[in-house]
Ligand binder design. Structure first.
Ligand SMILES: Cc1cc2nc3c(=O)[nH]c(=O)nc-3n(C[C@H](O)[C@H](O)[C@H](O)COP(=O)(O)OP(=O)(O)OC[C@H]3O[C@@H](n4cnc5c(N)ncnc54)[C@H](O)[C@@H]3O)c2cc1C
Length: 446
């Protein structure tokens, strides 16, 4: 989400082609190992989200024999596109590039891709009014000497009254969590490593289109779709990967990129079992509910960002940075709010709840101007089942253990395996794809 944008209060400053400077922040990009790859083994990558796609792209471009097994019928994972809902392209999942100092920032520059700095206006729904600033600073969740307690408990400890409940829920929601589950200490500790930069960028087309064109299109021929992996036997030199269709695939190395929800729920059986410290690390990484609802209206009666609703703590004008005439408001719903809306049981009930909240904020204009809605519930999508990895209370420094390789055979990538503070993001997932390709090549270095 536009996590850093929400902490600012400035206006949109740039539309059109913006070229990003190439700042090398991940020294892994300088790795020599990728220069002269000489590996004739077989690699299977599990999952065709952006981490798996990028790993596949790197290995294939170096002539390595790679197969990607993807459970669903399409690639992209938590990235996708909604065709036909608006007269401009819409991302069903990730849409903002958070910061420019990363592999994707470099790729944008190399490919002359048009992106827009999103610095749109911010309003808070506070004490039943729309206001442009809050009486008390919510930066209390950042800084030194923070306790390992939840955002919710810390807000109470610091004297934020009940009127701040959904402001705090928004801060946690940006991290894909509920205020009751996100650790102030670990969230802050992990954020300390963030080097990507603080600006948020939107794509003229979609983020999905960018990844599709620049990365996925180069590897679609090696993706086997509709192939959910159920078991990995790595007891012998040759690894046996079994799928739900009864297929068995042989590999020398396997890169696993499935969401952390799938690993926590043991959706893939490993034999031998994974080390206990590793499965314990999986269990400590959070991944909560998340959904996006797009609301189409006949007029733009709403503000660019509205923070603090009790049904949805973050609404954003979807047309910012896009060319088109349709009025689309995004309801970005995470954590307990996404759980509550999912429990309503139907898209129409979810839409009604959101319209009622917007009616209260804008004197009935939401229902009066409503045309259509589109619900994208990532919590109920098979093989994803949530939003993105967050830092739980009592988590500890477990991400390195979760991401560590096993027996020089199994490698773990995906956003939740990012140990540089870039978990939760597309560029963070890409970085893990890169890292694990390097780690894999190190094990076969001649
Ligand atoms: C609503 C929402 C909004 C977001 N907004 C942003 C944003 O604006 N900016 C940003 O940077 N990030 C955002 N993110 C986060 C970003 O989308 C993810 O961090 C990133 O896409 C994760 O990529 P990944 O490759 O790690 O995992 P995924 O994209 O989840 O890919 C994993 C793949 O594994 C497949 N799979 C699962 N189980 C199996 C199995 N058993 N066998 C085979 N395949 C399997 C899945 O089908 C999936 O394709 C958002 C996420 C959500 C949900």
């Amino acid at each position: 989400m536009n996590r850093r944008l929400f902490l600012k209060n400035t206006t949109l400053v740039s539309i059109g082609g913006l070229l990003l400077p190439s700042i090398l922040t991940t020294n892994c990009r300088k790795e020599q190992l990728l220069e002269d790859v000489d590996y004739d083994g077989k690699v299977i990558i599990i999952g065709a989200g952006v981490a798996g796609l990028y790993a596949a792209y790197l290995l294939k471009s170096k002539g390595v024999d790679v197969l990607v097994l993807e459970a669903s019928g399409s690639h992209g994972g938590r990235m996708g596109k909604i065709p036909g809902f608006a007269d401009f392209p819409i991302d069903s999942g990730a849409q903002w590039l958070h910061g420019r100092n990363n592999i994707l920032g470099d790729l944008i520059q190399q490919t002359n891709t048009t992106v827009t700095l999103d610095d749109s206006d911010l309003f808070y729904w506070f004490n039943n009014q729309l206001v442009t600033s809050l009486p008390q600073d919510t930066a209390i969740f950042e800084g030194e000497d923070l306790p390992d307690i939840s955002f919710k408990d810390y807000a109470i400890q610091k004297g934020l009254g009940a009127e701040y409940q959904y402001i705090v829920e928004n801060l946690a929601g940006d991290q894909g969590a509920s205020a009751a589950t996100l650790s102030v200490y670990w969230n802050n500790k992990e954020e300390e490593n963030w080097v990507s930069g603080d600006d948020d960028f939107k794509f003229k087309e979609t983020f999905f289109d960018f990844i599709d064109t620049q990365i996925a299109s180069k590897v679609t021929d090696i993706i086997q779709y509709n192939t959910p992996v159920t078991a990995i036997n790595y007891a012998q030199d040759t690894i046996l990967v079994s799928d739900l269709n009864g297929g068995t695939h042989q590999a020398d190395k396997v890169i696993i990129t499935v969401p952390i929800t799938q690993l926590k729920a043991n959706k893939i059986q490993f034999s031998p079992a994974l080390p206990a410290e590793k499965t314990d690390a999986f269990s400590k990484i959070g991944m909560g509910a998340g959904m996006k609802v797009f609301l189409k209206f006949s007029t733009k009666f709403y503000d660019e960002n509205i923070i603090g609703g009790s049904v949805c703590a973050a609404y954003a004008d979807e047309s910012v940075g896009k060319t088109g005439n349709d009025n689309i408001l995004l309801a970005f719903i995470m954590g307990v709010q996404a759980e509550n809306l999912t429990a309503l049981g139907s898209d129409s009930a979810i839409t009604t709840a959101l319209l009622q909240e917007l009616d209260a904020m804008y004197s009935g204009q939401a229902t009066a101007n409503f045309i259509a809605s589109q619900v994208e519930n990532w919590t109920t999508k098979p093989y994803i089942e949530g939003a993105y990895g967050y830092s739980t209370v009592g988590m500890g420094d477990v991400r390195k253990t979760a991401a560590s390789q096993v027996d020089n055979k199994l490698f773990f990538a995906g956003e939740a395996m990012n140990v540089n503070g870039h978990h939760q993001t597309v560029h963070g997932a890409v970085e893990t794809g890169y890292r694990e390709v390097i780690n894999l090549l190190k094990t076969v270095q001649k």
